[in-house]
Ligand binder design. Sequence first.
Ligand SMILES: [Ca+2]
Length: 117
Amino acid sequence: FSRCIDNPCHDGATCLDSDQGYKCKCPDWMTGTGERGQGCTAIAKETCTPSPCYANVQCTMNDTLGPVCGPCPNGLKGDGYVCNDIDECKDYQPCDPLTKCTNHHGGFTCSDCPSGF
Ligand SMILES: [Ca+2]
């Protein structure tokens, strides 16, 4: 017989069963007893307000994981918390070999074609 079957814990909390009864444990980003109801409250710094994500990356609260960041903006790579510029010139060589590729944050530019082309 497990007391955890009735799911007495807060959504996202872990239920630990023992002979003495159950114990609820809030997810790491929350604090409290873990009991269903108001047993877990978010720790203020680990929410989407303010967002822990990179600028303009969407932040979504997940009951188990806490704040989850969306993908990095176009031209940047990373996990959504940290996004870094992709050096397209180095990684993809997107420009014609006759032009000069200039990497910049979030994109790249190719120089104009040389005269005669
Ligand atoms: Ca770039």
